[in-house]
Design a binder for this molecule. Structure first.
Ligand code: IPM
Ligand code: MN
Length: 362
């Protein structure tokens, strides 16, 4: 297969981790006889520095023409001035909106080798295997807002029925390929937009997914249950901001925020694949960041945008093996383990790709 993949390294550790994801994708191309064309563009703070905007026209145009987009992270202290009219995050939010990426899939799985990397007790985290489906182009991120003027500011959590329905349908379809359980998270005891959310979820699930079990949780309770009984969850569907917050929390179930990948999908067109973590300016440039979130995002890219399921599994298997061999970046290393550099872990995963083929073949 021939595919064009736009690579947006972005800021901080973004370029360091995407480099490893590209290395692994290249290993997949070599092992399976595909041709992937990687095209680099600017987004976020680095784009502001070069072009005065976080999402240059040429970046967006390249993404629109690509088969898929691989992104690192955006933002950093350099661009953190709250009064600045342009912010790095506008690049990412603008890209999600422009590509119509209404659903953000954030799988949370605990690799057996990392059971003791989680700060939570083994019996709590063992068996964790859930996916958060986060609504990505609506809600409080995109509703009417007023920047602070005269001591007042507001953001609006706005949802329409169709916006809720399409993301819930996707969650229902994903649940059908898993354990057939959907947990919808909202704040319906307080927020009107959540009452709409709950009404639409109940209706769609009853009408279209009677074979899928549905539960509703308020977001505060969901935050607690995620730590108390994480292995019970299968598919969690929620709005933009709740999904943002709960997935950082859920990352600790997998051992580190550096482990989590994501796939952002729309009705059609290219998907966007990025680790859940941010630009981590405190460790940028040191070559110690965990590349696994980015590498597993590349696996999702293979699965969802290129329809290469076997290749995606190979990457996941290669990650599993590298971890089983004891390779750890600093964020997942225990005190008695010597951490390896970003590039060492990335190279090892890439090297393990060819031999993983036989393992996923059965
Ligand atoms: C994420 C990030 C972004 C978000 C920021 C950088 C805009 O935190 O992808 O989770 O809030 O969506
Ligand atoms: Mn986030």
């Amino acid at each position: 297969m021939n595919a064009t993949i736009v690579v947006l390294g972005g800021d901080g550790i973004g370029p360091e981790v995407t480099r490893e994801a590209v290395r692994v994708l290249q290993a997949v191309a070599d092992a399976f006889g595909h041709e992937f064309h990687f095209v680099e563009h600017l987004i976020g703070g680095c784009a502001i520095d070069a072009h005065g905007t976080a999402l240059p026209d040429e970046t967006l145009a390249a993404c629109q023409q690509a088969d898929a987009v691989l992104l690192g992270a955006v933002g950093g202290p350099k661009w953190d001035d709250p009064t600045a009219p342009v912010r790095p995050e506008q690049g990412l939010l603008g890209l999600r909106k422009a590509l119509g990426l209404f659903a953000n899939l954030r799988p949370v799985t605990l690799f057996p080798a990392l059971v003791d990397a989680s700060p939570l007790k083994r019996h709590i985290v063992e068996g964790v295997n859930l996916v958060v489906v986060r609504e990505l182009t609506g809600g409080i991120y995109f509703g009417p807002r007023q920047e602070p003027t005269d001591g007042t500011a507001y953001d609006t959590m706005l949802y329409t029925g169709p916006e809720v329905a399409r993301v819930v349908r996707l969650a229902g379809e994903i649940a059908r390929r898993r354990r057939r359980r959907v947990t919808s998270v909202d704040k319906a005891n307080v927020l009107a937009s959540s009452r709409l959310w709950r009404h639409v979820v109940t209706h769609i699930m009853a009408e279209e997914f009677p074979d899928v079990q549905l539960e509703h949780l308020l977001v505060d309770a969901a935050a607690m249950h995620l730590l108390r009984r994480p292995a019970d969850f299968d598919v969690i569907v929620t709005g933009n901001m709740f999904g943002d917050i709960l997935t950082d929390e859920a990352a600790m179930l997998a051992g580190s925020l550096g482990m989590l990948p994501s796939a952002s999908l729309g009705e059609s067109g290219p998907g966007l694949y990025e680790p859940v973590h941010g630009s981590a300016p405190d460790i940028a440039g040191q070559g110690i960041a965990n590349p696994i979130g980015a590498i597993l995002s590349a696996a999702l890219l293979l699965r969802y945008s290129l329809n290469l399921e076997q290749e995606a599994r190979c990457v996941e298997e290669a990650v599993r093996q590298a971890l089983a061999q004891g390779l750890r970046t600093a964020d997942i290393a225990r005190p008695n383990e010597t951490p390896v550099a970003t590039e060492v872990l990335g190279t090892q995963v890439a090297d393990l790709v060819p031999s993983s083929i036989a393992k996923v073949d059965q």
